[in-house]
Design a protein around this ligand. Sequence first.
Ligand code: FUB
Length: 321
Amino acid sequence: MYKRLLIVCVFAALAGCSSKKDQPVAVKKPSLFDTAHKNPFITNMYTADPSAHVWADGRLYVYPSHDIDPPRGCDLMDKYHVFSTDDMVHWRDEGQILEASQVSWGTSDGNFMWAPDCAYKNGVYYFYFPHPSGSPWNSTWKIGVATSSKPASGFTVQGYIQGLESMIDPCVFVDDDGKAYFYYGGGGTCKGGKLKDNMMEIDGDMRSMQGLVDFHEAAWVHKRNGLYYLSYADNHDDGRTHNQMRYAVSSNPIGPWTYKGIYIDPTDSYTNHGSIVEYKGQWYAFYHNSSISHFDWLRSICVDTLGYNSDGSIKKIIQTK
Ligand code: FUB
């Protein structure tokens, strides 16, 4: 009796196995990024504040700031380099594009070439960089603009955006209809407004971005499925860990914004500053840490994949090594 039952069970189990085997199982093939990517991804110099863009040549370009070793707090940053890739694993140092000595209004207090951004319109690349113009440096910031017909060389300083407050961290977002928006801010204030077609003048007024929670600096705007996302660094400081990256969403590029949450936990660096971009069908979050130097002002840029939930909210990123 037991033997017959055992035989029946074995047959039933085998039948079950074979029917499961016939069902297709969805297994995602690991990408080159999954298998070969390492953070930080730039190791030949210290870099921070990565602004990433995909340009018409199909490559992804990163415009970071450059921490110079030995550091002097955050006031020895100069000689911007650009990095590019076509597979998110092999990075090319495109070389230096601009340095403080090329900026006519620069302060003699030091080299403060802080977090930049780049935009493209009608055949011209516009490189936006914060640089102070006097003493004390921290109340004399100007947002300079350099232009080139190429994404990573040939930039010439054209001047600075007139009429702005002394604030840092420019971000330029060009919408699907070609309209460009300028954002900047620091120390709790984030402002945004339209840029004129010349990309070097503000069109109308800059307005305070409403709805952000605990804004510190590092504004970045991207768009997905018709929804605008403004991401930024907060003021988090529990004595042990520091800036987190947060974000808010809106149906309008200059708000008001609806706060959504934290998408990058603190790194080992005092600051954080990031960008979000889609490349070859995958979204990525760029940011920085201090995992090479273990020093707050010798930072290194990192990137990880970024995912969205079905309601459009961002899944917290996993910081890989
Ligand atoms: O890198 C200098 C400053 O530190 C940036 O402008 C801020 O966003 C912070 O990362």
